[in-house]
Structure formats: structure tokens, C-alpha cells
Design a protein around this ligand. Structure first.
Ligand code: AMP
Length: 551
């Protein structure tokens, strides 16, 4: 099945899909409009800002960064919780020509070390130390061999340290507007997302002003965002879904406003949605289902909600129906990836489409190619791996992954690793995946990456990671380990608690820690000795028939 359009940056510009507009100007465009637009709310919450005030804060922060020695083209790692500071700093860095590298708050040394080695950030923005994680110390350690100035910008209580700066002060409202600190080209990298990693550690995804701008514009229209919209950033704002697909950037670009959730707790989200009269939000299926259940239990849905976007993992049709019924809103299914492609069901689609498919590309010009195992297009309607290219999607990763073979097809298509069918109307339905990834409630765990760390355990001779059906996350992480190769007492620690503690010490992000452990004498193999993951998935699912253990 093949749907083709022409390809290439010149065509994208000629068609107007890519425009000569910088991303920060697109997001902050309403600040430059008349008072009716500029004085509308842009940020809801304890420190509300209008579009004009937000632009002023971004402008001031972009110049204060230079005062700290943070200047173009040095990238800056941003690992902040959802907050107004995240929004102001991210836009200020884009404006300053210092592309923010947006890192999920749960990532630790294991994931961030290769990213730092790849992109050599000159600074990092992190929350203050908590009892659980000392982010400033972790980033100081990671940046120590990197280029100057190595500033650590800290959000929250406590002294920022000799090399640090207080983020709240950096992002404080500005006074007089000043000149743009950096002149960018629309083809320059505006920011980096991090791939959720189909293999190995996260790969930097460079997004240019013009390419990401086109996704923001098109997806914001398809989500029905407008000046009256209030978007609740519920999932981590560092993820493309919440940030720019259309997320916060889309809401602001359409003249609407943004509210921030500090936690992904269903009750807290319902309360915030009611408080700020939220109209739009984006959730993973598990969380969306929880919101529906909590609203049903309490009998109090936030009736302002118009659109709940659900994506990141498979949404069951029954959950789609419950969300609609209990939250009184439309459900918009979203499929896509930080690498670029986005498909949405449309707000006026019939329920057969919104409940059973993930919709059609939002941006014009995006090509979908569904291929069989031989890399050739399958017949229309048949299942195959989705390959895509077009104005939304990158043509290469940054850093070491730029030269890695295998992620792109011979004609430049990004190989998604997802199995899909495309119906005659062009709607994509995700049916499975060919990549060896566990999708734990929308957070992706690359099996090979986790396996490599597990085999560093002194009591583990061999290890495999597979998914199993999980009541909350859809899929849980099961570590299958074969003891041996080390001191006898090490093998005795191959319990769930023991392995989780080990992985934490190895600096692995919390969402990758196993939910279940299976100990075997040997890993089953097929063919020439490849680990039989299918057999292990069946085993993990059988063992998972009982309750998921609490750790
Ligand atoms: P990320 O780059 O973190 O957004 O992850 C992208 C991957 O998430 C896709 O390649 C899919 O494997 C998965 N994904 C995203 N949306 C959906 C969806 N609606 N249904 C099933 N899988 C999805």
C-alpha cells in the first residue's frame, strides 16, 4: 500500500508547508497582535501571564542567558517538570539560538550520558535536589568534561551553587523589550527531542524551525485549538506530544492558553481541569481511562473539556467510549512519533473511525508507505511496517546515531517499526510492532538497552526483557534472567526488589525498572540461536495472570 507525494525541502517550501517563520515567533505571534490578542491569557495558574507578558519574559530570559555565558550555538539540556519556567526557558533558548535538548524528567545517567556525549550541551536546567534524585549533582557530573560555561540552572528551593543560576529569576518578567540575541535561519535546529529509543539509548532528534513549525500549525488546527482554548499540559512537557504535537506550542500559536499539571495523578488532573476550565489535554490511554473512572466515581466531570487527545500507546475502543461518556468530550486518537509524523482522527469523524483507528496525517505532504518484511509495499489494506517521509519527519538523527544504518529506508523513509493497516479512507490503525520495544503506558523501553544493563549484574549470565499485559500500563516490563557467572550470593539477589535496586544504581530511568522477574536456567532460542522472545512473552504473560506485585 503506497500513498505518495513528491518529497524534499524545496517542494515543502514552495508549497508553503514549511514557512520562513521561526518557532518562537510562531508560538508568541499573538503577543505582537493588537491588545485583544496580546492581553489574552497565555499561562493559567498561580502566576498567570498574558501573551504579551509571556513574550516579555521569553525576551528577557533570552538576554539573561547571554549574561550567564550561554550563547548560540551551544545546546542546553532541559530536564524540568511541567512549569511556566519550562515554557519560558525553552522558548528563550530557541530565541537565543541555543537549542534546548528536551529530556524526560525520569531519565538518569544511563540515558543522559550518551546524549551529553553526542551534543555537548553547555548548560543544563534541572529541578532542585529532592530526597530521591539530586538532579543538579547528576548534571554537574555529566557536564564536567563538556564545553564551558557548564552552567546548571536550578528550579526550586536551595542555593543554585557556584556554577548555577536560579531559574525562577532567569524567567522573571522582563522590563523593556530588547533586540533578538541571535539571528536564526528557519532551517536551523530549533530544539532536540530525544527518541524513545527503539534500540540502545535515546537518540537526539533535531527539529528545525520550519519543519516543527509546520507540525505545530497543522496539528493545532486539527485539534480544534483557538483563542478560547485552555490546554492542560498533563504528560511530561518535554515530550513532543505535550510540547508541540500540538501541545503547549499549538495552543499558544492559536491564541489560547496553557495550564501546567505537576503530577499525572487522575484526581489532581480533574481538579486542575475544573479550576482552569481546561478545554484540551493530551493523555496516554491508561491515564485517560483513569480520568474517566475517577470522573464516574465522583460524578464531577470538568464539563469545560472539549477534546481529549489519546496517544502514545494503543487505546481500547471501550476506553474511548468511556472517556467520551464520563468526561463529556470528544476523543481524538493520536498516533505519531517525536521523529515527526502525526496522524489524528478528526473531530467530526464518526465513532467507527475515532474508536478504531488513529486517523490520517495532520500535515499535508506526509507520505505513508506500508511495507512487508521484504521492504516492498503490501497490497492496500494489508498489514505491514509503516515507513514515512515528508515535511513532518526528520531525515537523520543527530550525534552518533546520524551515521547508524537501518533507521531510514533506501529512499529516505523513516522506518517507524510499527505495524499498521491503512483503510481506504487513509486512516491508520496500529496493529503491532516489529521493533523490540516495550510500551509501558506510553513510555518506551528498548529491550536491548535494558538487557545490556541487566547482564552487567554480577549474578546474571544472560538476560532478556519482554512486555506482558499490565492492568494499568497496557504493557509491563518483565526481566527474564539466567543466573550464573558470578559469586553464588549474587544469584540470590535476582529478586524483583534486588534487580530494581541494581538498575537504579546503574542510573536507569525509573519507568524502565521491571514490574516482574522470571528466573530461568537458559533463554529459549530459535533458528541459529536468536532468543525466542515470543516464547518469553508467553511465559511472562502466564506468570502475569496473577496480580502485579507491588515493589
Ligand atoms: P514517541 O516518539 O515517544 O512519541 O514514540 C512513538 C511510538 O509510540 C510510535 O512509533 C509507536 O510505537 C507508539 N505509539 C504512538 N502513538 C500510538 C498509538 N496511538 N497507538 C499505538 N502506538 C502508538
Amino acid at each position: 500500500m503506497e500513498m505518495r507525494a513528491a518529497s524534499g525541502p524545496e517542494l515543502y517550501r514552495a508549497r508553503g508547508w514549511w514557512r520562513a517563520e521561526l518557532l518562537d515567533d510562531l508560538v508568541l505571534r499573538h503577543a505582537a497582535g493588537g491588545p485583544a490578542a496580546a492581553d489574552r491569557p497565555a499561562v493559567a495558574g498561580p502566576r498567570p501571564l498574558t501573551h504579551r507578558e509571556l513574550a516579555g519574559a521569553v525576551d528577557a530570559a533570552s538576554r539573561r542567558l547571554a549574561g550567564l555565558g550561554v550563547r548560540a550555538p551551544g545546546p542546553v539540556l532541559v530536564q524540568l517538570p511541567n512549569s511556566v519556567e519550562f515554557l519560558v526557558l525553552t522558548l528563550a533558548l530557541i530565541r537565543a539560538g541555543c537549542p534546548p535538548i528536551l529530556a524526560h524528567p525520569a531519565l538518569c545517567e544511563h540515558e543522559l550520558e550518551p546524549v551529553v556525549a553526542d551534543l555537548a550541551p553547555v548548560a543544563a536546567a534541572v529541578p532542585a535536589a529532592t530526597g530521591r534524585t539530586d538532579h543538579p549533582a547528576m548534571l554537574r557530573g555529566l557536564l564536567r568534561h563538556g564545553p564551558a560555561p557548564r552552567a546548571v540552572l536550578v528550579l526550586g528551593p536551595g542555593a543554585p551553587g557556584p556554577d548555577g543560576a536560579d531559574l525562577a529569576a532567569l524567567c522573571a518578567p522582563g522590563t523593556a523589550p530588547g533586540p533578538r540575541p541571535h539571528t536564526a535561519d528557519p532551517g536551523d535546529t530549533a530544539l532536540y527531542f530525544l527518541s524513545s529509543g527503539t534500540t540502545g539509548p535515546p537518540k537526539p532528534i533535531p527539529r528545525t524551525h520550519e519543519a516543527l513549525g509546520s507540525v505545530v500549525r497543522a496539528s493545532a488546527v486539527a485539534a480544534g485549538l483557538g483563542p478560547d482554548s485552555v490546554y492542560l499540559a498533563a504528560l511530561p512537557a518535554t515530550h513532543s506530544f505535550t510540547c508541540a504535537h500540538p501541545g503547549m506550542f499549538g495552543a499558544l500559536a492559536r491564541g489560547g492558553s496553557v495550564a501546567f499539571a505537576g503530577t499525572a495523578d487522575a484526581d489532581a488532573l480533574l481538579e486542575l481541569a475544573g479550576l482552569h476550565r481546561v478545554t484540551h489535554t493530551a493523555l496516554v490511554p491508561g491515564l485517560a481511562g483513569q480520568l474517566a473512572s475517577r470522573a464516574a466515581d465522583s460524578g464531577a466531570a470538568p464539563w469545560s473539556l472539549r477534546v481529549v487527545q489519546v496517544g502514545g500507546a494503543r487505546l481500547a475502543p471501550d476506553t474511548a467510549r468511556r472517556i467520551r461518556a464520563e468526561l463529556g468530550c470528544r476523543v481524538q486518537q493520536v498516533y505519531g512519533m517525536s521523529e515527526g509524523l502525526l496522524t489524528f482522527t478528526r473531530l467530526d469523524d464518526p465513532e467507527a473511525v475515532t474508536d478504531l483507528t488513529q486517523g490520517r496525517p495532520v500535515a499535508p505532504g506526509d507520505e505513508l508507505l506500508v511495507v512487508g518484511a521484504d521492504g516492498r509495499p503490501v497490497a492496500p489494506g494489508e498489514q505491514g511496517e509503516l515507513w514515512t517521509r515528508g515535511p513532518s519527519t526528520i531525515t537523520a538523527y543527530a550525534g552518533r546515531a546520524a551515521g547508524e544504518p537501518g533507521r531510514f529506508g533506501p529512499e529516505g523513509h523513516y522506518r517507524t517499526g510499527d505495524l499498521v493497516r491503512v483503510d481506504p479512507a487513509g486512516n491508520v490503525a496500529v496493529t503491532g510492532r516489529v521493533k523490540d520495544v516495550i510500551n509501558r503506558g506510553g513510555e518506551k523501553v528498548a529491550a536491548d538497552d535494558l538487557e545490556a544493563v541487566l547482564t552487567r549484574h554480577p549474578g546474571v549470565r544472560a538476560a532478556a526483557a519482554v512486555g506482558f499485559p499490565h492492568p494499568l500500563y497496557g504493557e509491563g516490563v518483565c526481566a527474564v534472567v539466567v543466573p550464573g557467572g558470578g559469586p553464588a550470593d549474587a544469584a540470590g539477589r535476582l529478586t524483583l526488589r534486588g534487580l530494581r535496586a541494581f538498575l537504579r544504581e546503574e542510573g536507569v530511568a525509573s519507568f524502565k525498572l521491571p514490574d516482574r522477574v522470571v528466573v530461568l536456567d537458559a533463554l529459549p532460542t530459535v533458528g541459529i540461536g536468536k532468543v525466542d522472545k515470543e516464547a518469553l512473552r508467553r511465559l511472562a504473560a502466564d506468570r502475569a495472570a496473577g496480580p502485579v506485585p507491588s515493589v
